[in-house]
Structures are given as structure tokens and as C-alpha cells.
Design a protein. Structure first.
Lengths: 254, 64
């Protein structure tokens, strides 16, 4: 049940999916991997939209070179842990939700524990090795993974639903070589917003998700393109797991 | 076979059928940095292409 204040706060989006949809968002618990450029856009919009519990994880501290794009953090946060700065920003924008800040590096050893109690996995990472950990955890726990990545004016997004779609390793079997990437805040905004829109649709059961579809954003050409993909029968990650994940139901359909 | 390259240019390749991996090698493109769509659908590197197929090679990104 929404409080009177929540009813007012979310009035413009209950026009889209009703109080019932808003209550589904309120009951949802999300894991946001990273409080950088993508993580900032994701976290702000998820907090504002009223996802009930947000756990945001990042091991880094705020640096001046982050502030062109990492809008969770301000000048006053320089040197603070990004997760703690994120906690303040998100609690400030929406005190109705629960925010949990975790200052840790996501690894093979802690990922299961970090994901405990979370229904959705949001990819705000800046590297593929950790994305593969998120992908494997998503497959094993049958949680949806909302993928996004950026570089300069370019970005991409897709939605991985274990048991229903290909996994991240089907699509990107090998990590690209590590490199320093250029980053524009507005590109993080475009891709992070797409990831959040996907999560809202997933939870409220509205629309058509980016299932087995990779959305590519080219900001230089102002163009969005879509490419279809499908499960890879020889995928090292999901070829054996997907068969086990048949009984999966959307949170929004519970 | 018409091939769209990551820089947006297009190139006609006349050749026997070959695997995506071999085609990328001929074009001097590192397969770790791209995804390849054949006739609009992303395919693995061991898939073959030729004839009237349309390939689109896209550099994917990894930052956040």
C-alpha cells in the first residue's frame, strides 16, 4: 500500500502503470554494480522511480576526473568512497526508499553474498571480467541482468533473462582488451536510462524488453540501431545452466 | 558479399564462403573487439558467410 506522500510523489508514473505497478517497484530490491558514470544514471533514476531497496556497490573513491560524468558525486565528495557519496545523493532524492552502500570490490568470492536479497542486477561496471561474474551470478540465481556499457559517444544495452534469453557470454564470448575509455556524461545518461526503463518494464510487466536484442547508440551520428542475437549452443556459461532455469517467473507477474 | 566496417564504410568482398573469424583476419580486425551481424543477426565466429550475405561489423564498448 502506498502512503499519501508516495501517492503524490509517484503521481506522474502511476499514470503509466497504476498504483499496483508502483507497489511492485516498491517491493523490488536492486543491486547496482558500480557508482561510476553508468551507475550514477542508473541509481538516480531507480531511486527517483521508487525501487524500494537499492544496494549500490563500489570500491573506489571520488576523484576530480570523475565529476564530468559521475553525477552521484559532487565537489565536496572528493576523496570519499563513491558508495557513501551515492548513499547521500540517493537518500536525498528519495527518502522513501532504503539505500544500502557497500564499499567493496565485486569478486568471485563475495558476489553471492552481495547479491543476497536482490531481485534485479544492474550493470554499471567498466570492465568485462566483472560483467562476466554478474552474468554467471544472474544465470545461477535466475535473476535478470540489465547490461549497459559506454565509450565516448557510443553505448550499448541489452536485457538478459536467464532461461528465456541468451546470456552475456553468448553475445560477447571474449572480453575486449583493457583500455582507458573516453567518457561523456550524457552517453552514460542515455545508456543508464535505457537500463532503468528496462527494469521498470520488467517489474511492472509492461512493454517489450530488450530480450535477445542488442541496442547500439551512436551519439556522434545520433542513431540507435538494434541487432538480434540468440543463445549460443556452445556458450561456456549458459549452455548447461539455461536448461535448468525453466521455472522462472517475472517479479511483476507474481 | 557486402561488409559494413566499424568506421561506417562499406566494402564488397568477392570470395569463397569463409568463417567470420577468417573474414575478420582478412580485414585485419581483432575479433576480441567486435561483434558481427550476418543479415541482421549477431553470429558467432565459427559461422560462415559468403555469396549474397550482408555482414555488419560493430566495435562494441566496455566502459561504464
Amino acid at each position: 500500500m502506498l502512503s499519501e506522500e508516495e501517492t503524490r510523489r509517484y503521481a506522474r508514473q502511476t499514470l503509466l502503470f497504476g498504483e499496483e505497478g508502483q507497489e511492485k517497484l516498491k517491493r523490488s530490491s536492486v543491486f547496482i554494480a558500480g557508482a561510476g558514470g553508468l551507475g550514477s544514471a542508473i541509481a538516480f533514476y531507480m531511486a527517483a522511480a521508487g525501487f524500494g531497496r537499492i544496494r549500490i556497490v563500489d570500491c573506489d573513491a571520488v576523484d576530480l576526473s570523475n565529476l564530468n560524468r559521475q553525477i552521484l558525486h559532487a565537489q565536496i565528495d572528493l576523496g570519499r568512497a563513491k558508495a557513501l557519496s551515492a548513499y547521500d545523493a540517493l537518500s536525498g532524492i528519495n527518502p522513501e526508499i532504503e539505500v544500502e552502500a557497500v564499499v567493496e570490490r565485486i569478486s568471485q568470492d563475495n558476489i553471492k553474498e552481495l547479491l543476497q536479497g536482490c531481485d534485479l542486477i544492474m550493470d554499471g561496471m567498466d570492465n568485462f571480467p566483472v560483467r562476466y561474474l554478474l552474468n554467471r551470478a544472474a544465470l545461477e540465481s535466475e535473476r535478470p541482468l540489465f547490461h549497459g556499457a559506454i565509450s565516448g559517444y557510443q553505448g550499448q544495452a541489452t536485457t538478459i533473462i536467464p532461461g528465456r534469453t541468451a546470456c552475456l557470454s553468448c553475445l560477447f564470448p571474449r572480453a575486449p582488451p583493457p583500455a582507458t575509455f573516453p567518457a561523456l556524461g550524457s552517453t552514460c545518461g542515455v545508456i543508464g536510462s535505457i537500463e532503468v526503463t528496462e527494469a521498470v518494464k520488467y517489474v511492472t510487466g509492461k512493454g517489450r524488453l530488450l530480450e535477445n536484442r542488442l541496442l547500439l547508440w551512436d551519439g556522434l551520428d545520433s542513431r540507435l540501431e538494434e541487432m538480434a542475437y540468440e543463445p549460443n549452443a556452445s556458450c561456456r556459461e549458459c549452455s548447461d545452466v539455461s536448461a535448468k532455469a525453466v521455472g522462472f517467473t517475472q517479479i511483476g507477474q507474481r | 558479399m557486402m561488409v559494413s566496417l566499424p568506421d561506417g564504410s562499406r566494402k564488397e568482398m568477392a570470395q569463397e564462403r569463409a568463417s567470420i573469424e577468417e573474414i575478420l583476419r582478412m580485414l585485419d580486425i581483432n575479433p576480441e573487439e567486435v561483434i558481427v551481424a550476418k543479415n541482421g543477426r549477431i553470429v558467432p565466429e565459427d559461422e560462415t558467410a559468403g555469396g549474397c550475405d550482408e555482414l555488419k561489423i560493430v566495435r562494441f564498448v566496455h566502459g561504464g
